[in-house]
Ligand binder design. Structure first.
Ligand SMILES: [Ca+2]
Ligand SMILES: [Ca+2]
Ligand SMILES: [Ca+2]
Ligand SMILES: [Ca+2]
Length: 753
C-alpha cells in the first residue's frame, strides 16, 4: 500500500496583531444568573429600517432584543443586550468573517443564535444534516474570534414530537459527520403553538420529514398555556436525554401571531403573556432544570414582537408592544412594562472581558522566542448600575509576582464604556509561562458574581480541523455513501488562534488502525493548511475514518470540539450493492385506527350503539380539517350513545421497540342551553378488551361549548404493547346538546434504529 502525504499549502496568513487568551472555568460559588429578573424578558424588532434606536424602549425594561440579523455597531439603549443571529441556508452558510471579527471585537461574550426556524420550509429550511454542517462552521468561526461568546443551537419553531425528532436528527448527524457531540453553550427554541400540516396554516412539516405527521391543532389553541408548558417540559426532557440538562434554555421567540379579528383581543393576549411569563419565572425541576439558575426550566424569553402590528397582513396583531408609525406604546407595551418594571433590581458585575498580547515590533507571537509584548486587558461592568468605587486590577505571573497593578475609578453600567489597561511584558520563550489577571481582588465592589473576576492566560491557540473530504478515483465526493477503489483523503486545518504555531500533528485513522501521522508545517494566525493523503487500497467493507489534530506539549486549545472529524462510508468491490444510508429520520410512526376520519362514508371498523350517525360536510357545517365525513351524536332525551374500536399498540417491524403512543381526536359541541350545570356529557376512555376502565382521557359537557372543532391529544405510551379499546360515550340528559367527533388517530412510534 502506497501512502504519501504530499504538498502542504498555505492558503492565507494574517500578520501583526497577536494574542493568546484562554479563560479558566470559574470556581464553583453561589451566583445569581439574573440578579434583575426583568432582564430575562426580551422582544423582537421587526422593522429593520426603523431599528430599535428609533423607539423609546426604556419604559419596557427588557433585557434583550433580536432583529434576526448580524449587527455590527448594535445600539444598546438602556444597556439592553442585542443578540446576533446567523442564518442557515439550503445553499450553505453565507457569512462574512469580517462581520464576525468586528462584532466579537465590540461585544465580547455576546449571545449568538445559529438559524431561525431551520425546521420550517418557509424560514431557514435546511435538513438536519445541512444544519449540523453549517452550525459547526458558524460556531467555530465565532469561537475563533471570541472563545467567550455564547452560541445557541436549535431554533426550532416549537418543541413538538416531530420537531424534537428533527433536532435529534441534527444531533445524530453532527456526531456522524464530526465524531464529537454538537457543541452548544445555550439551547434555543421558539415556543409557538401551531399546527403541523402540509399546505395549511402553521409551521408545516420540517424539511426531510414530508412523510411524517405533525400535531393537529386549531387556531383557537394558539394561546393554550398547557400546551405551551408541555412543549417546554418536552424540550427540557430532550436536553436531559442528550446529556445537555446543565445548559441554559432560551425561548427566543413566542407570542400571539393571530389578530384580534381571529379572537385574540387584548384581554386574551395579555392573559397569555402574563401567565406564560409568570410560569417561566418560576417553573423549575431538580432533575431537568438548569442548576445554575435554581433549576429553572427557561432562562430567557423573547416576545413577538416590538412592532409587527399586522402579522402576515392579517389584521390587528394585538401582541405588538409599540407602533412603528407613531412610535407610541400600544396597550400590550403597557402590559409588558407592568410585568418587567417591578422585577428590576440594581446590580453591578465586573468581568475581565478580554486579555490580549501584542508584540511591540508587529511580528507574530511565537512559542520559541523571548519577545517584548504589550498586554491589553478589557474590563467591563455587565450590571445595570454604574460602579462609583475605585477598584484595582492586577496582572501577575505564574509565581504570583506582580507585573502590573492599576486602580480604575469606577465604571458606567453595561455598554456604557469599558476600562482598558496596557502594560509591557517580556514574554519568555517556551510554553512554561502563565499569566493571571485579577479584578477587584480586595473586594471593594459588591458584585452579583464574584466568581468571574479571575482570568488565566497560558500559551494557547485554537486549531480547527475545517474539513475532511474523500474523493473516489473518478474525482467524485464520497459522503455517507458507497465507494470503490483508491480514495483521496484531504484534511484542511486552520489556526483560529493568534499564536504562530509549529509542531502540531495530524493523525488519520481507520477505526483503531492509524493510517498516517505527521507534523503540520508552521501555522501563522488564521493560516490554513491542506493535507492530501492517498489511500491506495482501502479494504472492502464499512469504514470509519477519523482525522485528529493535536497541539505540541504545553500549548492549550481553548476549543477542543473542532479538533476531530469522522466520516463513515462503505467500500464496495465493484459488484456488490450496499444500501446508501440517508440522514436520520424522526421516530417512524403508524396510525393503528381503522377508518380514523370516517372518510369511507361508513362506520366500518367501529362498533356503535344508540343514534350514532354519519354527518356529511355542508358549506355551513364542515367536518374536522374540512374533511367530508364525521360522526354526529344528535340531541335526544335521556339516551346514551356509544362508539368504540379495538386497537393493538405494537411495533410492526420485527424486533423493534416502541418509543411512544399518542392518541389524538377532534370534537365539537353545539347546545341550545349552555348553562352552568353539566347535564349532557361526552366521555372519552380507554378500556381493556373486557370493557374495564383503564384511563379516562377527557369528559366534556354542555357548559361553554367552543364555536369550532377542538383537537385533543394524549400520550398513552403506558399501554404500549397492549390491545385496548377507545371508547366515546355521549349521555344526553335533556334535549339540548349535540356532540361531534372526527379524525381519531392512535400513532404508534417505534424507536429509531
Ligand atoms: Ca464579577
Ligand atoms: Ca467584588
Ligand atoms: Ca480547537
Ligand atoms: Ca373526517
Amino acid at each position: 500500500m502506497r501512502q504519501v502525504l504530499v504538498a502542504l499549502l498555505i492558503a492565507c496568513a494574517a500578520a501583526g496583531l497577536a494574542a493568546v487568551a484562554h479563560a479558566d472555568p470559574p470556581p464553583t460559588c453561589e451566583t445569581t444568573l439574573f440578579p434583575s429578573a426583568n432582564e430575562r424578558f426580551g422582544f423582537g424588532v421587526t422593522h429593520k429600517g426603523n431599528g430599535i434606536s428609533t423607539y423609546d424602549v426604556l419604559p419596557l425594561n427588557a433585557g434583550w432584543y433580536l432583529n434576526w440579523g448580524l449587527n455590527p455597531n448594535a445600539p444598546h439603549p438602556g444597556g439592553i443586550l442585542g443578540v446576533h443571529e446567523i442564518h442557515v441556508h439550503r445553499q450553505g452558510l453565507s457569512v462574512n468573517p469580517a462581520d464576525i471579527a468586528r462584532i466579537t471585537e465590540e461585544d465580547p461574550g455576546a449571545l449568538w443564535i445559529i438559524g431561525n426556524e431551520p425546521d420550517v420550509v418557509v424560514m431557514d429550511n435546511v435538513t438536519p444534516g445541512q444544519y449540523a454542517t453549517q452550525y459547526r462552521q458558524a460556531y467555530h468561526l465565532i469561537k475563533g474570534y471570541d472563545p467567550t461568546a455564547q452560541v445557541a443551537a436549535g431554533g426550532i419553531a416549537q418543541p413538538t414530537p416531530l420537531r424534537l425528532g428533527w433536532l435529534s436528527a441534527v444531533w445524530d448527524a453532527y456526531l456522524q459527520q464530526f465524531g464529537v457531540p454538537l457543541p452548544a453553550d445555550v439551547w434555543n427554541i421558539h415556543n409557538f403553538i401551531l399546527q403541523e400540516k402540509l399546505y395549511d396554516w402553521g409551521c408545516g412539516l420540517p424539511p426531510g420529514f414530508s412523510g411524517a405527521r405533525g400535531v393537529r391543532r386549531q387556531i383557537d389553541q394558539h394561546d393554550d398555556l398547557a400546551l405551551f408548558q408541555d412543549q417546554i417540559w418536552a424540550m427540557r426532557q430532550w436536553m436531559y436525554e442528550h446529556g445537555e440538562q446543565n445548559k441554559p434554555l432560551i425561548n427566543s421567540e413566542y407570542g400571539i401571531l393571530f389578530p384580534a379579528e381571529h379572537g385574540f383581543d387584548l384581554a386574551r393576549v395579555s392573559a397569555f403573556f402574563i401567565n406564560s411569563a409568570n410560569w417561566m419565572l418560576t417553573a423549575a425541576d431538580p432533575v431537568l432544570g438548569y442548576p445554575a439558575d435554581e433549576h429553572r426550566l427557561v432562562q430567557r424569553w423573547l416576545w413577538y414582537s416590538l412592532d409587527d402590528t399586522s402579522f402576515d397582513y392579517r389584521g390587528d396583531t394585538v401582541a405588538a408592544l409599540m407602533d412603528p408609525i407613531t412610535r407610541q406604546m400600544r396597550d400590550m407595551g403597557h402590559v409588558f412594562a407592568g410585568q418587567t418594571t417591578p422585577l428590576r433590581r440594581p446590580y453591578v458585575n465586573l468581568v475581565i472581558a478580554r486579555v490580549r498580547m501584542t508584540t511591540l515590533d508587529g511580528s507574530l507571537l511565537s512559542l520559541d522566542a523571548t519577545q517584548q509584548v504589550t498586554l491589553s486587558v478589557t474590563i467591563q461592568n455587565r450590571g445595570n448600575t454604574a460602579i462609583a468605587e475605585p477598584f484595582r486590577v492586577t496582572i501577575q505571573d505564574e509565581h504570583g509576582l506582580s507585573i502590573h497593578s492599576e486602580t480604575i475609578n469606577g465604571l458606567p453600567a453595561r455598554y456604557g464604556g469599558d476600562a482598558r489597561l496596557q502594560t509591557p511584558w517580556q514574554k519568555p520563550a517556551g510554553a512554561g509561562w502563565r499569566l493571571e489577571v485579577l479584578v477587584d481582588a480586595d473586594d471593594v465592589v459588591s458584585e452579583s458574581d464574584e466568581c468571574d473576576n479571575r482570568w488565566t492566560t497560558v500559551p494557547a491557540t485554537d486549531l480547527h480541523l475545517v474539513s475532511l473530504t474523500l474523493l473516489n478515483a473518478q474525482g467524485q465526493l464520497i459522503g455517507a455513501t458507497t465507494a470503490s477503489g483508491p480514495i483521496l483523503v484531504t484534511a484542511e486545518v486552520q489556526n483560529l488562534g493568534d499564536l504562530d504555531l509549529a509542531g502540531a500533528t495530524l493523525r488519520l485513522q481507520d477505526g483503531a488502525q492509524v493510517l498516517y501521522q505527521a507534523a503540520l508545517p508552521r501555522l501563522a494566525p488564521r493560516a490554513r493548511v491542506i493535507a492530501p493523503f492517498f489511500w491506495a487500497s482501502p479494504a472492502i467493507g464499512p469504514h470509519e475514518l477519523q482525522a485528529t489534530v493535536s497541539l505540541p506539549a504545553g500549548v492549550a486549545d481553548p476549543v477542543e470540539g473542532n479538533n476531530r472529524i469522522t466520516r463513515s462510508f462503505l467500500v464496495a468491490d465493484g459488484r456488490a450493492a450496499f444500501p446508501i444510508p440517508g440522514f436520520p429520520q424522526a421516530n417512524p410512526c403508524r396510525n393503528v385506527v381503522v377508518n380514523p376520519g370516517f372518510e369511507s362514508g361508513t362506520l366500518a371498523g367501529w362498533e356503535s350503539s344508540g343514534k350514532v350517525a354519519l354527518w356529511e360536510s355542508t358549506p355551513a357545517n364542515t367536518c374536522a380539517d374540512n374533511t367530508r365525513w364525521c360522526v354526529w351524536m344528535e340531541r335526544s332525551w335521556n339516551l346514551n350513545f356509544h362508539l368504540h374500536q379495538t386497537v393493538t399498540l405494537s411495533a410492526w417491524t420485527p424486533g423493534a421497540q416502541l418509543d411512544s403512543v399518542y392518541l389524538t381526536y377532534q370534537w365539537g359541541i353545539n347546545t341550545a342551553a349552555p348553562g352552568a350545570e353539566p347535564r349532557d356529557t361526552f366521555t372519552v376512555t380507554l378500556r381493556s378488551t373486557a370493557g374495564q376502565l383503564l384511563r379516562t382521557i377527557e369528559v366534556l359537557d354542555n357548559r361553554s361549548p367552543p364555536p369550532n372543532w377542538k383537537v385533543f391529544g394524549a400520550d398513552i405510551s403506558e399501554f404500549a404493547g397492549q390491545t385496548i379499546q377507545l371508547h366515546f360515550d355521549a349521555h344526553h340528559a335533556i334535549l339540548n346538546t349535540s356532540f361531534w367527533l372526527d379524525e381519531i388517530y392512535v400513532e404508534v412510534c417505534e424507536q429509531r434504529r
